[in-house]
Design a protein around this ligand. Structure first.
Ligand code: GDD
Ligand code: MG
Length: 360
């Protein structure tokens, strides 16, 4: 008898609208918002590639799928085979898993499309098999679980309770759902089809009700959900400080660096304070200042005496003379007028125009 070893599949849930990251996600779906110079999904694919058994990633999409397909294609540049499943309408997190996993028979890894972590995925899969679990989920401790799925376990790591977005008086522990699961496809037939169904609010609680083997893998390493402007800025700071070390390498893995692309043009008399990042084709004029924790995207222009500090500026944006941008995120192709002043949590969508002398 010949046994065919079928590779394991991973489903990446990347169909949400990214509402909390608006206006950035109006033209750029959350899975491909840039982290420095790379679309976010690359960082997740880097992690999935650590498990040689995973031979294909199924991207479960709904919102602006074409934009994502254009970047990743069949996965050649990412180094792992990618297939796309586009829902006719959003089916919720469980509905999306069923829809994308219809043809699967082996244990499947499922990932929320907006989490960044260095969890040992092979160890999670090994534990799932050892415990003969119907579902295994990765948990991470956080200070405030209210924005996440709270998960209570017993000492043996069995899941006792799953409560999505708990109210303050419902918080009983600090471990939350990290958005990474190993699931058994023969449980998917319980997910109703043709209607939205939530893995967090309905599917997981149903496993507990049926007393099925549903276990937790607690990971105390780096973890973040990039889904809000604050967290999106934080992930950049964490990489610049070396708290998260991207697997493909990063100029920030050693001492704090002021990294300037060899294809950027930085004139004499520019002040660069590390850590910061200036991408290909950027033009930085005399007297401009790039302060710590700043990211200046591809083909951006900083004119004379313009300043950015603790700000993330996407590609092709122009910051005119004497303008300052701090603690804010600017989308692509924005125009910031002379002496304009942008500070403290401003998020501008693509093509925003801020006139001379404006204060935001
Ligand atoms: N295909 C598809 N279809 N994907 C979806 C849909 C859908 O209808 N709805 C959401 N998604 C995707 C999103 O794109 C995202 O990658 C993931 O599912 C989770 O959705 P979020 O909207 O980011 O959820 P959340 O951050 O509020 O909460 C989830 O993640 C937390 C960890 O970051 C929950 O899983 C929580 O329990 C968890 O703690
Ligand atoms: Mg999220």
């Amino acid at each position: 008898m010949i046994t065919l070893l079928v590779g394991m599949k991973a489903i990446l849930l990347a169909g949400g609208k990214g509402t909390r990251l608006r206006p950035l996600t109006i033209h750029t779906p959350k899975p491909i918002v840039p982290i420095f110079d790379r679309p976010f999904l690359h960082y997740q694919l880097d992690l999935l590639k650590q498990v040689p058994e995973i031979d294909e990633v199924i991207l479960s999409l709904n919102y602006q799928p074409r934009r994502i397909e254009e970047i990743f294609g069949a996965g050649d540049s990412a180094g792992i085979a990618i297939r796309y499943v586009v829902e006719p309408a959003p089916l919720g997190t469980a509905g999306a898993v069923r829809y994308a996993g219809e043809s699967l028979h082996e244990s499947v890894v499922v990932f929320n499309g907006d989490v960044l972590t260095e969890v040992d995925l092979a160890a999670v899969i090994a534990m799932h098999r050892e415990r003969k679990a119907r579902a295994t989920i990765v948990l991470t401790p956080v200070e405030n679980p209210s924005a996440y799925g709270l998960v209570e376990t017993d000492r043996q790591g069995n899941i006792l309770r799953f409560l999505e977005k708990p109210k303050p008086d419902e918080i009983t522990c600090d471990t939350i759902n990290a958005g990474i699961y190993v699931l058994e496809p023969d449980t998917f037939d319980r997910i109703p089809t043709g209607m939205p169904y939530s893995i967090e609010r309905s599917f997981f609680p149903s496993l507990i009700e049926r007393s099925e083997t549903f276990v937790a893998y607690v990971d105390r390493g780096y973890w973040i959900d990039i889904g809000t402007p604050e967290k999106y800025m934080q992930v950049h700071r964490d990489i610049m400080d070396g708290r998260f070390k991207p697997r493909h390498g990063s100029p920030f893995n050693g001492a704090p660096a002021a990294w300037v692309s060899p294809h950027a043009r930085v004139e004499e008399g520019v002040e660069l304070t590390p850590p910061c990042f200036v991408d290909d084709g950027a033009v930085i004029k005399t007297g401009a200042r790039i302060g710590p924790y700043s990211v200046v995207g591809r083909q951006c222009h900083l004119e004379e005496h313009a300043a950015v500090e603790r700000a993330i500026v996407w590609a092709n944006t122009r910051i005119s003379q004497d303008a300052t941008v701090s603690r804010s995120i600017l989308g692509r192709h924005c125009h910031i007028g002379r002496r304009a002043h942008i500070d403290d949590g401003v998020v501008l969508g693509d093509k925003s125009v801020v006139t001379d002398y404006s204060r935001l």
